[in-house]
Design a protein around this ligand. Structure first.
Ligand code: UTP
Length: 292
């Protein structure tokens, strides 16, 4: 059977963001800025650089501002054109034309697995990438593209993996892995939020996966798991036991925008490399460090 190219991506962005309250009370955490762009724009740009053509963003009540960000703002654009601010205008237009972006609402916040199941009719019978809406990964070679290439090579689901600490793994997932070559692994089992005695390895799924459409039937039969939510990891475990999955220890730096420290790290590191403010920010940081 010919392996289909990955053309579609789903970005779940309907979580409650309780770890970053109160900022996420009225403002989606996916819209938190990293210097001058909201987190979700970095994620959409990563998907586009990975060859993705169609993107579905899963939102919910109170997240309409995400839709607005990828739409035109006619009055603003007219004002920028009239005042000759062509460069800013081009930047805004580029956001509007990044990709074909669609939206659907997850009507109840029942977990990441449930959010992904809302993408069923958008995905149809194609493989698709999932980019978690609060995980920004910055790197030369887009992480999503690295996973898509592994899908196209091995023809089975792929998870983005990274080694984490024992302290972190109990809050994430843990995978049973075997190295195939370089940063590519074969995954034979996984567990979500394991108690310390159930940890399979320190490799965890972080932020990205590529799934075959067969995951939707599995999700339909997935009961609520850890935290009473329908967990995507539980569905991927069934997929793993049925046909195996591939793990890619992707290159690139991941920032957890669902976590206060992650937001600060992203802001600081992106600011240091920013063409407009990078050098002034570096001078400021040097001065500040002397006072610590
Ligand atoms: P998280 O578990 O990190 O998001 O889900 P959360 O539930 O918002 O986090 P806390 O624990 O309350 O702070 C990872 C991604 O999945 C989305 C989130 O928006 C986030 O981008 N998600 C999560 C959904 O779309 N729907 C859900 O029901 C749960």
């Amino acid at each position: 059977m010919k392996i289909k190219k990955v053309r579609k991506a789903v970005i779940p962005a309907a979580g409650l963001g309780t770890r970053v309250l109160p900022v996420s009370k009225a403002m989606p955490k996916e819209m938190l800025p990293i210097v001058d762009k909201p987190a979700i724009q970095y994620i959409v740009e990563e998907a586009v650089r990975s060859g993705i053509e169609d993107i579905l963003i899963i939102t919910n009540r109170g997240k309409a501002v995400i839709e607005d960000h990828f739409d035109h703002v006619i009055e603003l654009e007219q004002r920028l054109a009239a005042s000759g601010r062509q460069e800013t205008l081009d930047q805004l237009n580029a956001i509007t034309h990044l990709a074909n972006i669609y939206f659907v609402r997850q009507k109840e916040t029942k977990g990441l697995g449930h959010a992904v199941s809302c993408a069923r009719s958008f995905v149809g019978d194609e493989p698709f990438a999932v980019l978690y809406g609060d995980d920004v990964i910055i790197g030369e070679d887009p992480a999503c593209g690295q996973l898509c290439r592994a899908y196209e090579e091995y023809g089975r689901g792929v998870v983005g993996i990274k080694k984490v600490t024992l302290e972190q793994i109990v809050r994430y997932s843990s995978l049973k892995v075997e190295n195939l070559r370089g940063n590519i692994y074969s995954v034979s089992d996984m567990v979500e939020k394991p108690s310390p005695d159930r940890v399979l390895s320190l490799y965890s799924i972080l932020g990205r996966c590529v799934l075959p459409p067969s995951v939707f039937d599995i999700l339909e039969n997935t009961a609520p798991g850890a935290g009473g939510e329908i967990q995507l990891t539980d569905a991927m475990r069934v997929l793993t036991l049925n046909e195996g999955m591939t793990g890619v220890d992707f290159t690139g730096k991941r920032y957890d925008m669902g976590n206060k420290l992650g937001i600060l790290q992203a802001t600081c590191e992106v600011a240091l490399n920013h063409p407009e403010v990078g050098s002034d920010f570096r001078d400021y940081l040097r001065e500040l460090v002397n006072t610590l």
